[in-house]
Design a protein around this ligand. Structure first.
Ligand code: M6R
Length: 617
């Protein structure tokens, strides 16, 4: 949430900052700004509300000059998305600029005190308070080494704030020098040759360098074009290492696709394969997940599993609950991370907690993980973003290797997460009661998934026709049962977040307990009903909707001709073993919501009010 990029080097900073912001725009897109230090020691500030193009136009009209700068793309927390509230913010003197990601919780009391001392604020943001506070401490300091003075002012200011921050700052006294710090909001150093970067995400710097340092909470960093130094806010030594970024700028680019969401939907044959590549054990008819860092005995002792995540990741967890319980017979529960972190659920020593997160930075999920660890539990991560905070702080886990997911609507991360949970179920199941034959069959089924996904993607045009047929729908119901109840939840979330229509997902049999009251000729219902053990039950639910004149779209298994007669529209998925069906059945739902949203003129990659990675509470 909010994107930061800072640059110090020899090139003109503005194009580098604007390009970095383009790559970070998915983190927030309600306003943006840059501050560039020029040779004559003043800060050139350009800020604009709205999309990044507005800022580009402003910079084209009023160019900046200088090889050191900081920039920001915002997702508003405090104060509306106006030009003034956009970052960077200056201190009282106008000599210090900062960009900030996170929330300063005690900003109001700090602001009141600063105002009493004569400070004048230009925005309603919490972040501007931080700029004034650092500037005030800096101006009062008698430290003659100006670099040290800026670092110690930042350090002192951070001791006075509560909340979260990823920040970058610069001062006119040190025109080619950047400082930064993080607590709860990600920040990385991009390590270049004769240039260095600070950013909230490696994606921002990937076209300049593939070497990055993932900073830890309470790290403070300073950079010149030739070197950087990392310490803790308290002044201690920080452990850091330079890592190689695992994807290229090309992989993060949109290519010929009109939207990242569509690109990522189409990447699923490969991203699913990336989950199971090297993790299937033919000889043992099982899976191997080395990153769990657990011995077979420890895995055998697990008697309960808790799966924790937010949004799409929580729906993947729901599918995981069904899969793990059916394959391994281990009681499994799903906890919404934002709930888990504030409740006090009883967990015993044989309970294994997994946090599931594409970004590895979602604050609620991260906090849930830390809460579990605080109570002495082993918390494992199922994460996509390599080097992310959850990946680094968890007690082990498995990467999804899906490549960057940039569309705000999660697509390939869902199918990868469910595939990973299926591997986990298989592994734990084969250590318990699952037979060799069952295991072998599962391996075949898993290996067959990418080709089956390809077959579904070929139906995109047909799904688009269906989307257009219902384009005036004011809402949509998504119904599924057993393994596809989570699919219904996920399908409804996709539709809501990118089309802005009311949509809700339910277990099909729940219809008659209330939801059916909504059914009219104008409310389409989508039934996710492959030919499985509950197919007939789903048919009955669908008939109940038809009897009330509700239009019905059925997602069912290839070869099912019955639905051609009963449903208004039919989408087919290839046959698949029941527990893996959500991995296939969700794909037509992603395409349906995509085509529906595009036809309604919605910005599918940047839906209103949202941002990709939610790093605030
Ligand atoms: O990065 P995470 O997987 O932790 O993100 C969790 C949710 O914020 C995310 O899945 C969100 O619900 C998606 N935008 C839904 O498409």
């Amino acid at each position: 949430m909010c994107g930061i990029i800072g640059y110090v080097g020899k090139e003109d900073a503005a194009p580098i900052l604007l390009e970095g912001l383009r790559r970070l725009e998915y983190r927030g897109y309600d306003s943006s700004g840059i501050a560039v230090m020029n040779g004559s020691k003043s800060i050139q500030l350009r800020k604009k509300s709205g999309r990044l193009q507005n800022l580009r136009n402003l910079v084209a009209d009023q160019p900046t000059k200088g090889a050191c700068g900081i920039s920001h793309t915002r997702w508003a927390t405090h104060g509306e998305p106006t030009d003034n509230n956009a970052h960077p913010h200056l201190d009282q003197s106008g000599n210090l600029a900062i960009v900030h990601n996170g929330v300063i919780e005690n900003y109001q009391s700090l602001r009141d005190a600063l105002e009493k001392e004569g400070h004048e604020f230009k925005s309603q943001t919490d972040s501007e308070v931080l700029a004034h506070l650092i500037g005030k401490i800096y101006d009062a300091s008698d430290e003659t080494d100006l670099h040290k003075r800026l670092i110690s002012s930042l350090r002192e200011a951070l001791k006075q704030v509560s909340g979260t921050y990823g920040i970058a700052a610069m001062h006119t006294d040190s025109p080619k020098f950047l400082v930064g710090a993080r607590l709860g909001s990600p920040l990385i150093v991009g390590v270049g040759h004769g240039e260095n970067f600070l950013a909230s995400d490696v994606g921002a710097v990937i076209s300049h360098t593939s070497n990055a340092v993932y900073l830890n909470d309470r790290d403070i960093v300073c950079l010149t074009e030739d070197e950087f130094r990392v310490e803790t806010v308290e002044g201690g030594i920080s452990d850091y290492e330079v890592s190689e970024v695992e994807y290229t700028a090309e992989q993060a680019d949109i290519g010929d696709y009109p939207h990242y969401m569509l690109k990522e939907i189409y990447e699923q044959p490969e991203s699913i394969q990336n989950v199971f590549r090297g993790r299937l054990l033919d000889e043992e008819a099982s899976a191997i997940l080395g990153g769990l860092n657990m011995t077979p005995k420890q895995l055998r002792d697990v008697d309960r599993i808790v799966l924790c995540g937010c949004g799409t990741a929580s729906h993947a967890a729901m599918a995981g609950e069904y899969i793990i319980e059916s394959l391994a017979r281990i009681p499994t529960e799903v906890e919404i991370a934002s709930e888990f972190r504030y409740r006090n659920p009883p967990l015993d020593k044989n309970t294994l907690v997994f946090v599931i997160s594409q970004s590895g930075e979602t604050l609620d999920t991260l906090s849930a993980m830390r809460e579990g660890q605080r109570k002495g539990h082993r918390v494992l991560g199922i994460v996509n973003a390599v080097g992310s905070t959850i990946a680094r702080e968890s007690d082990g886990g498995s990467y999804l290797y899906s490549g960057p997911e940039i569309g705000v609507a999660a697509t390939k991360s869902f199918t990868s997460q469910v595939t990973m949970l299926a591997l986990l179920g298989l592994l734990l199941g084969r250590m318990r009661h699952l037979s060799v034959d069952y295991g072998k069959n599962m391996l075949e089924e898993i290996r067959a998934l990418p080709a089956k996904v390809e077959r579904i993607l070929e139906q995109s045009d047909r799904i688009k026709e269906i989307a257009l047929k219902y384009i005036d729908a004011e809402g949509m119901l998504f119904l599924g049962r057993q393994f596809n109840y989570p699919t219904a939840m996920e399908a409804a979330l996709k539709m809501k977040e990118i089309s802005y229509i009311f949509a809700s997902g339910h277990a099909s049999a729940e219809l008659k307990h209330g939801v059916i009251a909504l059914v009219t000729e104008k409310l389409p219902s989508v039934f996710i009903m492959p030919n499985d053990s509950v197919y007939e039950k789903n048919v009955s639910s669908l008939e109940e909707v038809k009897a009330r004149k509700g239009p019905c779209i059925a997602v069912t298994t290839e070869g099912n001709t019955e639905m051609e007669r009963i449903a208004d529209d039919v989408i087919y998925i290839p046959p698949v073993t029941e527990c893996l069906s959500p991995i296939l059945s969700v794909i037509p739902m992603q395409l349906l919501s995509y085509h529906f949203a595009v036809a309604r003129g919605c910005d599918v990659d940047k839906p209103r009010n949202l941002a990709k990675s939610v790093t605030v509470e």
